[in-house]
Design a binder for this molecule. Sequence first.
Ligand code: SF4
Length: 350
Amino acid sequence: MSSTAREMNLDIKKIIVDEKACDDPVSLRVRRSLPRVPVEMVPSARELILQEPARKNSLILMRRRGEFVKDFPVTPGAPPASERYLLTMLNCPFACTYCYLQSYLQHRRLVIFTDMDKMKEGIAHSLSRERAARYTTGEMGDSLALDHITGTTAELLPLFKDTGSLLEVRTKSSRIDHLLDIDTADLLVTLTLAPESAVLAEERLTASLDQRMETIKKLSHARVRMGIRFDPIVPYYAGANQYDILVERVIEATGGRPPYRFELGILRFPPGLWEQVAGSRPRSPLLRGEYIRDNEGKIRLYRPERIRLYKKILSSIHSRFPGFPVELSMEHHSVWEDSGCKVPFSPPRS
Ligand code: SF4
């Protein structure tokens, strides 16, 4: 089965600009990129969000009060990951059915933060104090869904020069052309992939699998450092040889070159998400399988089943790229060991 091209054009019906953010370069860039979209100025976008939490199809441009650089929440017993995330935006124009932002954020507003100088200061400070790490813009939304109109990646990338750290964009978008003309030596573009049936059913508005493979081809051709993420792996869509096919397609797209990194993560439900999915789609394929609540309050697939799935996918990867180090997302080191992944530190023996 071959998917048709289907990454949707942005459906933004209104741009709401906080008065303080009105002349910020990001605000001007976004408004220039969407000249036909009506603009509304408001005295306080923050208050608007609190009063009307769910107006869809509007894009809010505002400054941020808090920090821009954040540490990921630590999964107990997981190997240290050396990664941080950058809060360049809140929410996502895509609509994946399993997206944790549905239960994590109190509102459905799509927000772009515009105070780049403060953001850059925070990043430069973190880069100067910490050991080399990956800084991703893809934790609170898809990194590239709006990047072609915000210019965020091109603006932040020079900060990483000669630091040993990388700026990581994580994406299910195919909008990468604007990155092919800049110096990408300190950039990592991570494509999130899933079997075609999962992309079609659960990753609404995103780039099709064909488009993502085309994107991998372009990045590989341009020698841009690339990561591949199978996360979330939804058990319902992981049957038979689905991930064999996916790995095969990656190899075809890269011309046989291994990516910079591979990461796997099985679908998990942070507090509130299971109930949300079950409430809106009680027969959703996301809910199929033996799930239990863990000590952190997350609902996860039964451990032996997770290990079985990880082993199976790992063997697909290793049959093409023998011994390639594969990382697991948010898993205890014992799950890494039992799945056959190399743990990047010496875990305490019990
Ligand atoms: S691309 Fe990521 S952030 Fe956007 S809806 Fe999908 S899971 Fe959520």
